[in-house]
Design a protein around this ligand. Structure first.
Ligand SMILES: [Ca+2]
Ligand SMILES: [Ca+2]
Length: 381
């Protein structure tokens, strides 16, 4: 696949591949066993998430402060992931401080504001990355924000265009400046453009520290959906190295992120969400508490049921906010490196700040059902 065409929408699985996956599942969970062996040869077994020192602790009295950095509009998992964050905030488990966007199209902002407003949090700051040239197409579902019923927006919002939004770096620096030290979890589920720009930002009137030091002081964990840490079946079912979309779209920026980010990073590779699909029955059945809902309408606009979309971005949210619930296993520590052709490689080391998620067949269904219940949880403050 040409990198320039490695768009999430082009990753819609052909029928032959879906049949392969179905056959594989019948053959005793091939995808969950044989295909999920990490590239890295681990000299020690993976550790359950519950014992991960880089994991954040959450409790009802101490919600995790979170920044969500997303390429909203390129795939519907970003929309579901934002819904999961709101559900967890309603449960007192996190607090969404800001959303920053790496999709360079003006309609991503109004859609995010629609979702935030739907959940009763329409004033959450939203920052954008204008003129980056990263996926400047409108995408398949951000137009949901533009739907009118009887002359009114179906999904109320007051940020009408990303052209009027502050830059992501401004929003990120402001948000971190006002946060407690070593408290913030950044969940990055799109390209690394915004975080690379933040890490390279100079001291300014917002905060006297340059970006790299500001992140080191304020951020506790970066939970990132990017890369691949297992071989991925191609359309013929052959296991291959995978150039993951979020990496391939901005290789220079993810290299900068890896180089300059001094805080722990938890990676959800392509194989996690691929093998933990969101059941389309939930899209059809679980959102009926309201006539219109911005999540299923986005999902259906992206790929209508019956299609079980991978949960890529949702997994990075769940693992970050509920680290002690053993939804996933976690690798030993090490360091991820990114090649010039968008491949990610993990090298285990005791001093490494990176870990990656490992899907455990014994807990995968628990993780899937948690994501379904959270994504479809009725909105409440
Ligand atoms: Ca708003
Ligand atoms: Ca995404």
């Amino acid at each position: 696949m040409n990198l320039s065409t490695a768009h999430r929408s082009s990753l819609r699985l052909p029928r032959s591949f879906q049949n392969f996956r179905f056959a594989a599942s019948l053959l005793g969970g091939l995808l969950l066993s044989d295909c999920l062996l990490p590239n890295a040869s681990l000299s020690q077994p993976p550790t359950p998430a519950a014992t991960t020192p880089s994991a954040t602790n959450s409790s009802a009295t101490n919600p995790v402060p979170i920044i969500f950095d997303t390429d909203m509009g390129n795939d519907c998992d970003d929309a579901l992931a934002l819904g999961v964050i709101h559900a967890l905030e309603s449960r007192g488990e996190c607090k969404l401080l800001a959303v920053t966007i790496t999709k360079d199209h003006e309609l991503a902002t109004p859609y995010v504001d629609c979702v935030n407003t739907f959940y009763g949090r329409g004033d959450i700051p939203i920052g954008v990355c204008r003129n980056s040239g990263k996926t400047p197409d409108p995408g398949k579902y951000n137009q949901v924000s533009q739907i009118m019923d009887n002359g009114q927006f179906r999904f109320p919002h007051d940020l009408l265009s990303g052209n009027n939004a502050p830059t992501a770096v401004e929003v990120l620096r402001n948000t971190l400046a006002n946060a407690q030290d070593h408290s913030v979890v950044i969940v990055q589920v799109g390209f690394s453009t915004n975080l690379a720009n933040l890490l390279q930002s100079p001291a300014d009137a917002i905060h006297p520290l340059p970006g790299r030091q500001l992140v080191a002081q304020k951020v506790k964990l970066v939970s990132i959906m990017a890369g691949a840490f297992a071989k991925i079946p191609n359309e013929k079912g052959e296991l291959t190295d995978h150039r993951e979309y979020n990496v391939a779209e901005d290789i220079a920026s993810i290299k900068k992120l890896v180089e300059l980010c001094d805080v722990p990073m938890l990676w959800s590779g392509f194989e996690i969400g691929l093998n933990l699909t969101y059941p389309h029955q939930s899209i059809l059945e679980d959102f009926r508490y309201t006539p219109h809902h911005p999540l299923p309408e986005a999902y259906i606009a992206y790929i209508p049921p019956p299609h079980d979309r991978p949960t890529w971005d949702l997994t990075s949210v769940l693992a970050a906010i509920r680290p002690n619930r053993s939804y996933f296993d976690v690798s030993q520590p090490g360091t991820v490196s990114v090649s010039d052709n968008a491949l990610t490689t993990f090298a285990q080391s005791e001093t490494g700040k990176h870990r990656f998620l490992i899907l455990n067949p014994l807990t995968a269904e628990k993780a899937r059902e948690a994501l379904v219940q959270l994504a479809s949880q009725p909105a409440s403050r």
